[in-house]
Design a protein around this ligand. Structure first.
Ligand code: AKB
Length: 316
C-alpha cells in the first residue's frame, strides 16, 4: 500500500485527486499538504493534513519522514497567464517546489509525480498531432518551468534512480474547485455562466483549438502513470495525454444543446490569446497508450452533460 503526500492539495487538481487517492489507498495513507487558502469544504475532517510551504524544504522533509511517505504528488504551480504577469513568482514557485520535492524524494527514496502541461510546447512545435518527442521551445515562463521540470525529473531518475513520472496535462475541466490564472480556464468558466443563467464573455478567439480533459480522466492519468510497470516505460517525463480538442464555438454549441438561450460574446484577452496561439491544437498520445495503457473516457458531449449536472447540484 502506498503512503502518499500531496504537496499543494487544495487547488483544482489536488482537491479531487486527494479524494480519489484516499478511495484507493485508504484515508490515512494520503496526507494532504496545505498552505494557501481557500481550503475545500470539509478539508480538515477528510483525512490527515500537513501545513507545508513547498518553498521550505524542511517542511516537506518533515512530513515525509514523520508519515513514512513513499510517493509525492507535487501539484504546486502558478498557471500560465498569472505567471506571465508575475514571471519571478511563476519561476520561484514552480521551480522551487519541484527541486525541493525532488531533493526530499532522493533522500527518503520516494517516487514523484509533477504535472507537465501542453504549455511545455511553443510556437515552433508541430501544431497538430504534436508528437511525444518534438521541439520544446515555449515562450512563456510557465512553459519554461514545465520543460525544466521534465528535464530535471528525468535527470534525477537517470542519475539517482528517483522514480519520477509525469504527464503533460491539457486544460482541465472540473466542477469542484475553480482553476486560477490559466489560459484554458475559459472552458470551465463557460459552464458556470450557463448554469447561472448569465452571458459568457469569451477571452479566447473562435478557431483557437486547445486540448482539454475532464477531471476524472486527469485523475486516472495521474494515478495510472504512477502505478505503471516501470519495465514498460520508455518515456517518463513527461507523457502526452489527450482526450478532446475544441475551440470556443464547439464548447458553446455543446452547452447550447442544453441551454438554447445561452449567449456567448467575445472580448479577447491579448495575453491569453498569445499564449493559446503558441500551444498545440491537439497532441498525439500514442506513447502513453502503448507504454501504460492510457485511455480517456470523456469526450466533449459527456463532459458537458456531467459538468452541467454537477454544477446544478453545486450552484442551484
Ligand atoms: C493553463 O492554462 O495554464 C493550464 C495548463 C494548460 O497547463 N491549465
Amino acid at each position: 500500500m502506498k503512503k502518499i503526500l500531496i504537496v499543494g492539495s487544495t487547488g483544482q487538481i489536488g482537491s479531487e485527486l486527494s479524494i480519489r487517492l484516499r478511495s484507493i489507498y485508504g484515508r490515512d495513507n494520503v496526507i494532504c499538504g496545505f498552505y494557501t487558502p481557500p481550503y475545500p469544504e470539509g478539508f480538515f475532517d477528510a483525512g490527515p493534513t500537513a501545513e507545508i510551504n513547498s518553498l521550505h524544504i524542511e517542511q516537506i522533509a518533515e512530513a515525509v519522514k514523520k508519515n513514512k511517505i513513499d510517493t509525492i504528488y507535487n501539484l504546486v504551480a502558478i498557471l500560465s497567464a498569472t505567471a506571465e504577469k508575475h514571471p519571478k513568482l511563476g519561476w520561484d514557485v514552480g521551480i522551487g517546489s519541484l527541486m525541493n520535492c525532488l531533493d526530499v524524494a532522493k533522500e527518503y527514496n520516494c517516487a514523484v509525480f509533477t504535472p507537465s502541461s501542453i504549455g511545455a510546447f511553443g510556437p515552433n512545435t508541430p501544431k497538430n498531432q504534436t508528437p511525444q518527442d518534438t521541439v520544446q521551445r515555449p515562450n512563456t515562463v510557465y512553459g519554461i518551468t514545465k520543460v525544466l521540470g521534465e528535464l530535471v525529473s528525468d535527470y534525477y531518475y537517470e542519475r539517482w534512480k528517483v522514480d519520477t513520472r509525469s504527464v503533460r496535462f491539457p486544460g482541465i475541466i472540473s466542477s469542484m474547485t475553480l482553476p486560477g490564472g490559466g489560459t484554458t480556464d475559459y472552458a470551465v468558466d463557460i459552464y458556470y455562466k450557463a448554469v447561472q443563467g448569465e452571458d459568457f464573455i469569451c477571452p479566447i478567439q473562435a478557431g483557437t483549438f486547445m486540448d482539454m480533459m475532464y477531471m476524472p480522466d486527469a485523475l486516472d492519468a495521474a494515478i495510472n502513470i504512477m502505478e505503471a510497470n516501470p519495465d514498460k516505460l520508455v518515456h517518463r517525463n513527461s507523457f502526452n495525454v489527450a482526450s478532446m480538442s475544441f475551440d470556443p464555438e464547439m464548447i458553446y454549441s455543446s452547452i447550447k444543446k442544453q441551454y438554447p438561450d445561452f449567449r456567448m460574446r467575445y472580448a479577447i484577452d491579448p495575453l491569453k490569446q498569445s499564449i493559446a496561439d503558441s500551444w498545440p491544437n491537439c497532441l498525439d498520445d500514442s506513447c502513453a497508450r502503448e507504454e501504460w495503457g492510457w485511455h480517456p473516457n470523456f469526450d466533449l458531449e459527456r463532459t458537458t452533460a456531467d459538468m452541467i449536472k454537477q454544477l446544478k447540484i453545486k450552484l442551484l
